[in-house]
Ligand binder design. Structure first.
Ligand code: TIU
Length: 231
């Protein structure tokens, strides 16, 4: 019997993403109230959060299909300890937001671990057995156990969704790419406060033969989850 991994081919840009669920994880970046709901960190920076809310049904559909297929999911949250020791002053002091990190807003202290705004939105809440990573930076590998956790489980491929496309999602994709992971970004499962930035990010990921990774719609991933594997 062949020991080659079984895979399914997800139609993607710039070419098919050959995917093996047993060595893959669904990585969901920062789908937190602080970015998606009014009164949080994203809104304090002057952003229209409705563009991020629009992807929630798509993310929920893919997460449900992923779980039904027996796949493993990882959720991340951006945030800081209550004493902000892990928040560089450069991050807190930059710009002129209506609320700075650690200030008290409509959903508690902005971007602070344990506060209401720091929570993942209920529609995408983690379930038992899934991994929850708290991260202080944009990239999910920086100052977190994510790399070790993925290595321990033999994960080599990541299907990625979440917010925002050009900030925490793109940073994480680049970190993952440098660490040797094959990454597919779900194009309708990610959003930016700036549509032009989202479009540019999708283009730069797939340019040059997939210099950072692959891009496909959620429907293509969902269809592949029930496709017959080939070798
Ligand atoms: N501001 C913005 O677009 N994003 C962030 O600050 N964090 C994440 O992307 N999660």
């Amino acid at each position: 019997m062949s020991t080659d991994p079984a895979f399914v081919a997800v139609p993607a840009q710039p070419n098919d993403f050959k995917f093996d669920l047993a060595h893959g994880a669904l990585l969901i970046i920062d789908m937190q109230r602080d970015f998606i709901e009014p009164g949080g960190f994203g809104a304090s920076l002057g952003n229209d959060v409705s563009q991020l809310q629009a992807i929630v049904p798509t993310c929920a559909a893919l997460l449900a299909a992923w779980r039904a297929a027996g796949g493993w999911a990882v959720h991340t949250r951006e945030g800081h300890a209550p004493d902000l020791h892990d928040c560089p002053p450069s991050k807190r002091n930059r710009g002129s937001p209506s609320l700075r990190i650690g200030d008290v807003g409509a959903m508690g202290r902005v971007l602070v671990i344990g506060q209401p705004g720091h929570a993942i939105i209920p529609a995408l809440a983690p379930v038992a057995g899934e991994l929850l990573i708290d991260k202080p930076g944009k990239g999910a590998f920086y100052a977190t156990p994510l790399g070790a956790e993925l290595a321990q489980r033999g994960i080599t491929q990541l299907v990625v969704m979440g917010v925002t496309t050009e900030v925490c999602v793109q940073t994480t994709l680049r970190e993952a790419n440098d660490r040797g992971y094959d990454c597919l970004l779900v194009e309708d499962g990610t959003a930016s406060y700036f549509p032009d930035f989202k479009a540019a990010t999708l283009a730069m990921i797939t340019a040059q033969g997939g210099i950072i990774g692959w891009v496909a719609p959620a429907a293509a991933v969902i269809a592949a989850l029930s496709a017959k594997p080939c070798r």
